[in-house]
Design a protein around this ligand. Sequence first.
Ligand SMILES: Nc1ncnc2c1ncn2[C@@H]1O[C@H](COP(=O)(O)OP(=O)(O)OP(=O)(O)O)[C@@H](O)[C@H]1O
Ligand SMILES: [Mg+2]
Length: 352
Amino acid sequence: MASVTYEHVTKKFSADTTAVDDLSLSIKDTEFMVLVGPSGCGKSTALRMLAGLEDITAGQIKIDDQVVNEMPPRDRDVAMVFQSYALYPHMSVFDNMAFGLKMRGSSRTEMDSRVKEAARILRLDQLLARKPRQLSGGQRQRVALGRAIVRQPRAFLLDEPLSNLDAMLRVQTRIELQKMHQRLGTTFIYVTHDQVEAMTMGDRIAVMKDGVLQQVAPPREIYDQPVNMYVAGFIGSPRMNFLPVTVSDHQAKASGLELNLPKAPGVAHGILGIRPEHFLPNVSSDDAVIDLKVEVLEVLGADQYLYGKVGSDDLIARVDPQLKVSVDDRVRLGVNMRRLHLFDAETEKAVF
Ligand SMILES: Nc1ncnc2c1ncn2[C@@H]1O[C@H](COP(=O)(O)OP(=O)(O)OP(=O)(O)O)[C@@H](O)[C@H]1O
Ligand SMILES: [Mg+2]
């Protein structure tokens, strides 16, 4: 078990490629931390520096209280699981899982008990004699996880371990991983570009953009109080609606919209942020109202999404699937003022 600390960590691959820019992040012992962000934002690089697979340009990384910048990977006692799980094709599942222990000279009894324990956790007990080619993709990925578990590392570093799995297996394996985390009580650092994985798995989520950490907080807080438009737009699906408005005192205005804000924001140009799920089902006369011209409908059983325009801006609203709406209708949507966000149009930072 271990805590991990990044202190002002920077990684430059060249003068004009800064993959990770002044990252400071503390991961607590036994925590499940998710690093999330779009392709190229520096997630893998942050993880690879911790594993010792990439050297650090500036700053330091600590595991517990020990600076590991110069420590060889094998001495760090962390296990990394990659997206592509290179199993040895000619070896059985058992031997694949035991391989690392064998190299370290563990005894037969030790290997046996550790592999059997990991196989039990990952439900691979019945498959130990098979070769990788006789396994499904999900089973192979579990073997790769098993290889990491048998090492009993101080921390697990997982780099998009589910991205080669189909949708159903991803969900199953996601739940397996959460159970595994609870059972092992080990620190997990998990990299993904999938905001659903981040929201469902993380004790806390660290959102990155262009190598720069934007916000670290528990999933609920990231969703309820994003610090800027980037985080607000990245977490949540469909994405939060952004409507440019001019603000005077308590009033926000745009074509097709006029709202009394809960407080005077002190900016002249703002961007209203309204999540598609935060429109009110029944509009009463005192509600703030948005007038949506519907262009496309999607009925998904449990939900109905309306895509359309407010003035000249695009808007998506999630409404009751029972609501009868047709293309070209104008729909009055109540705005849940308690869930309304406002961003400064210039800095893109959250005002509230
Ligand atoms: N070995 C390398 N040499 C030069 N540039 C690199 C190298 N590895 C990564 N980069 C660059 O560093 C930046 C961050 O890459 P990184 O792999 O950390 O992103 P990522 O967030 O993991 O993306 P993805 O979701 O696509 O895996 C990118 O601009 C990438 O092109
Ligand atoms: Mg990556």
